[in-house]
Design a protein around this ligand. Sequence first.
Ligand code: M3P
Ligand code: FE
Length: 311
Amino acid sequence: MAITGVMRAGHAQLRVLDIQVSRKFYRDVIGLVETGEDAQGRVYFKAWDERDHNSIVLRQADSAGVDFVGYRVLDAASLDQFERDLNARGVATRRIPAGEMLETGERLRFTLPSGHEFELFAEKAHVGNGLGLKNPPPWGPDAEHGMAPVRFDHCLLYGPNVAAVKALFTEVLGFRLVERILGPVEAGEPEVGIFLSCSNKTHDIAFVEHPNPGKLHHVSFRLNSWERVQRASDIMGMNRVPIDMGPTRHGVTRGETIYAWDPSGNRFETFAGGYEPYPDWEPITWTFDEFGHGLDYPTGTLHESFLGVVS
Ligand code: M3P
Ligand code: FE
């Protein structure tokens, strides 16, 4: 498929309780590449195989959670068009000037019906993956440092009004529904979980219905194999990183996954696998009674902390 409009997850700004402890964790345990620090003291990282200057930004704060997430659009014309389409739909937007984030162009900011601050942007400096563009080797030292994910892949956000979020993403932002989780039959089987794609990944963003607005369930990092997921679990053990769930496989999206907590209590995922859906495919549905296997395919366990704890 031709990828136009919104292309991919670009950045997430996470709140952390101690910037130096978190900096070390994201750099040496998760294995991201540190790319800068700005005048506000925010610390910037990229995953090794990303080409953009940054994808994860840490800001010291009194509570954990996510300040905003940003998605990269194809070009400035797409950004202008999304601004017009959002405004026409009654969504108020504002422009954050270029340079407010390091090496990042102007951002179009708005609030989702779930209470999350969401951004689109067209420009972020390409710094490359360190391997060059001519006859590159397949990987270098950054690919072996810590868990070393290849990219910031997606996030799962918890908040109210999932139906309105779905309408906005599918009718204005050009995403499509790939999988969904239904609530109980007694409640009329509302869509309580939605997995949305703007590419041919199973999801570029996902939402779950929750009474509290603006909550982070997890940011997710892509690894290239199940073996790398197991290696990540070894690194979690070596560093006594608290694990929430896994290693296991989701039924939902078929991801091979582990969830764990960063030192501030933000959940992150390291995952591999999944499949490549196309725009003509019908969405997959998980019914409430089978959701345990959607979550943890082999055991069908409804992990209480996974379902209840957000930052
Ligand atoms: C993922 C994923 C739920 C499943 C989550 C799935 C909420 O995070 O990356 O596939 O059941
Ligand atoms: Fe995920």
